[in-house]
Write a protein that binds this ligand. Structure first.
Ligand code: PLP
Length: 461
């Protein structure tokens, strides 16, 4: 047996560096006020450690930078498209590959093909843009996660699974003809970045096939999901993670992917499908909104970088380091008494702000209050996944979200273990004075995806 070591090391050397944004407390107070207490409105150079998202924030490898130079910028039939198409086909096994500029473009195109009033799309959980793209067509978006996904303190291995009994019941209730597709989001970003098991994918796939409903994977974090199957599901520990990923894709008939996560690029995405009729319609929408089908809103060089990233992300040394580093952050927070969604997810640690700041009611946004405190204390930027993101405000009435979480998303290959240690130290400081943190009032918001643009103000003391 090879010896294992405790120290977590980055499986790469650093070739280019970028300075961090150091600020004073006073500068941060001013910046946050100007941003309306919404960290999406902060200038990034006033952020020290940016854990807002793992999306589009990866560091590319030397191979990816080299691949950019191979980019063929021909309008139609670029060599780069065929290189990209081959990588996606080899990985997923799907026949048709349509590049798009990012995940939500794939969602918009697919939903415009299959959505519409009277229909219901069922998912383990829709990501917020996926839900918005379903709903904008007049269709309903229904989440059927397993019940344990809501028990944040309970560490089960596959809280990203779909509730198969609930799926069967729902199909019986509304009829398969009104369900144009079932979506498995891998990993489940909205409920803690939790993976789905192969067993669950197989079961959902069998139900979908029986009712002739296409199963589509939201593949944004497919490699992290595959690696967590390898680590947690009996029978997979000796299988290469690439084979596991291929098996995952084999249970569905297509996928939509935001390449800004597990393709290790800063922009990009794709739709990969088997259904020729869907593809014919999708191509029309693609040409209208994105571009010719062999570039889909991207440059040839972006296609090359995605092709390399989709291979690199399955490197097991990389995945071992990534998952271990995130677990380490979870362990650190737990040890300072910060309640987190257990176990830590594949791309982020989610803090349970409802418990951590139990004195602040949902209509005073405990998650956003913690987000602001992290920024004011040390320039760390995180994101609220709670009532600011998912709460509904109808005719003066407030309906809170079922959870008040703060996500600390870890960009890929960007920060080192000392940055992670620093985040833990900041949390231990905040935990000691959590009773003094105040809630926020909503001052201004828009009807859809309001968390991006909302303005808030501190609650009067
Ligand atoms: C699971 C999931 N699906 C879809 C998307 C949307 O992708 P994009 O931001 O590239 O439009 C995201 C983005 O974070 C996501 O996490």
């Amino acid at each position: 047996m090879p010896r294992t070591w405790n120290t977590i090391i980055e499986p790469f050397k650093i070739k280019a560096v970028e300075p961090l944004g150091f600020t004073t407390r006073r500068e941060r107070e001013r910046a946050l006020k100007e941003a309306g207490y919404n960290v999406f409105a902060l200038p990034a150079d006033k952020v020290l450690i940016d854990l807002l998202t793992d999306s589009g924030t990866s560091a590319m490898s030397a191979e990816q930078w080299a691949a950019l130079m191979r980019g063929d910028e021909s309008y139609a039939g670029a060599r780069s498209f065929y290189a990209f198409e081959k990588v996606v086909r080899d990985l997923t096994g799907y026949s048709y590959v349509l590049p798009v500029h990012q995940g939500r473009a794939a969602e918009r195109i697919l939903m415009s093909v299959i959505g519409g009033p009277g229909k219901t799309v069922i998912a383990n959980s829709h990501f917020d843009t996926t839900r918005a793209n379903v709903e904008v067509t007049g269709a309903a978006a229904l989440d059927l996660p397993v019940a344990e996904a809501w028990d944040f303190g309970h560490a089960a291995p596959f809280k990203g699974d779909m509730d198969v009994a609930a799926l069967k019941a729902k199909i019986a209730e509304i009829g398969a003809s009104r369900i144009p597709m079932i979506v498995m989001t891998l990993t489940n970003n909205s409920l803690g970045g939790q993976p789905a098991s192969m067993r669950n994918l197989r079961e959902v796939s069998a139900v979908a096939r029986r009712h002739k409903i296409p199963l589509i994977i939201d593949a944004a974090r497919f490699a992290e999901n595959a690696f967590l199957i390898k680590k947690r599901e009996p029978g997979f520990s000796h299988r290469p993670v690439r084979d596991i990923a291929r098996e995952m894709f084999s249970y569905a008939s297509g996928c939509m992917m935001s390449a800004k996560k597990d393709a290790l690029v800063n922009i990009g995405g794709f739709l990969a499908l088997n259904d020729a009729q869907w593809v014919a319609k999708a191509r029309e929408v693609l040409i209208l909104g994105e571009g010719f089908p062999t570039y889909g809103g991207l440059a040839g060089r972006d296609l090359e970088a995605m092709a390399v990233g989709l291979v690199e992300v399955l490197d097991e040394a990389y995945l071992t380091y990534r998952l271990r580093s995130i677990e380490d952050l979870g362990e650190g927070l737990r040890s300072c008494g910060v309640p987190i969604v257990e176990p830590p997810g594949g791309h982020a640690v989610y803090v349970n702000a409802k418990e951590f700041l139990a004195r602040i009611p949902p209509d005073r946004y405990p998650g956003q209050a913690l987000v602001c405190e992290l920024y004011l204390t040390a320039g760390i930027r995180a994101v609220e996944i709670g009532s600011l993101m998912f709460g509904r405000r109808r005719g003066g009435r407030f309906e809170p979200a079922p959870m008040e979480l703060v996500r600390l998303a870890i960009p890929r290959r960007v920060y080192t273990q000392s940055h992670i240690d620093f985040v833990i130290e900041v949390f231990s400081d905040i935990a000691a004075r959590r009773d003094r943190i105040r809630g926020l009032r909503l001052v201004e918001s828009s009807p859809t995806l309001s968390h991006f643009t909302a303005r808030l103000a501190p609650e009067r003391s």
